[in-house]
Ligand binder design. Sequence first.
Ligand code: TPP
Ligand code: SF4
Length: 351
Amino acid sequence: MSPVMSTQPVKFYQTNTFTVGNRLLAPEERSVQADPKRPNALNCGHRACQGCGEALGARYAIDAALEATNGQLIAANATGCLEVFSTPYPETSWQIPWIHSLFGNVPAVATGIAAALKVKRKDGVRVVAQGGDGGTTDIGFGCLSGMFERNDDVLYICYDNEAYMNTGVQRSSATPPAARTATTTAHGPEPGNAFGQGKNLPWIAMAHGIPYVATATVADLRDLEAKVRRAMQFRGARYVHILVPCPLGWGSASHETIKLARLAKETGLFPVYEAEYGEVRQTLKLRKVLPVEEYLRPQKRFAHLFSPEPRRDIIARIQAVADRNIRRFSLQDAGTGQALSGSMTPERTGE
Ligand SMILES: Cc1ncc(C[n+]2csc(CCOP(=O)(O)OP(=O)(O)O)c2C)c(N)n1
Ligand code: SF4
């Protein structure tokens, strides 16, 4: 196994930038994207919206997986924005072997590819499956659980933009409470998505005891790369869950994608951690905890919490979700995540 790259953020004092600052690091610590010979797995010319977090996350994740496998990678893709914007037949932006599955069966298709490679003794070729949160937490959930349970040799990457974006922003099991979608409208005494529902997929993946589970955001791209690299060091089922803001569905400015991903982490609403064989090993600590209002306010999907009357009661309930994440994941402490216990319940959507 190659050395484990640190996932703690690096502060680039001289430049405060991601790429230039990489030159201050040892070569093995530099980001994949800092390398002029990076693979560019998801090439220019695709049709994602301006500021699409999913396009950014996929580019970084797959380039990191390609680097980790010396280019020996096959990707399967569920139906969803990533597939639609990257591959309007007969064109594609993918520079790797890539297959489009059905919406709900990408874990099974990837498992089949991995099985075929095993039969052919092509151990060096690795498989990635990828899909949105709808494909992952809802329609593909049974297939995915089977893939975890059998410990198939596949890295599954979920690009979580918290709704079914490709078909016009419908609620998924990853949509946060109070968020407005086409199917959770901002009307009535409890506007937006209900509290206390939904699925926390990283936790569910951990409960299967698979070798590696991690969460990441497009705000910490070096951390994201490190987690994909780490995932490729294991054999068996692995799961990486990336928060990818969607300007169209979230009603946010396209230039605020990175900022919103950072705020999701820094408010505690999206804990960033990694786990091995069901145990949390490392969490990204919060330098300064911010109130959830800073994250909610720039997004039109939460506009009904601020106008015409501020809904302090609902904001307080969302703050309680963040506070509990911070407490239970020890996001402010210096240690690792050992405060977690098996009795933990999902924190993103519950109360
Ligand atoms: C069985 C089936 N039902 C519905 C659809 C229509 N459909 C295509 S993509 C999509 C939404 C995808 O949402 P998600 O997985 O969250 O990915 P995103 O587009 O948000 O990245 C839906 C409902 C389909 N292709 N197949
Ligand atoms: S709708 Fe959202 S996820 Fe889809 S391409 Fe646009 S920004 Fe990306």
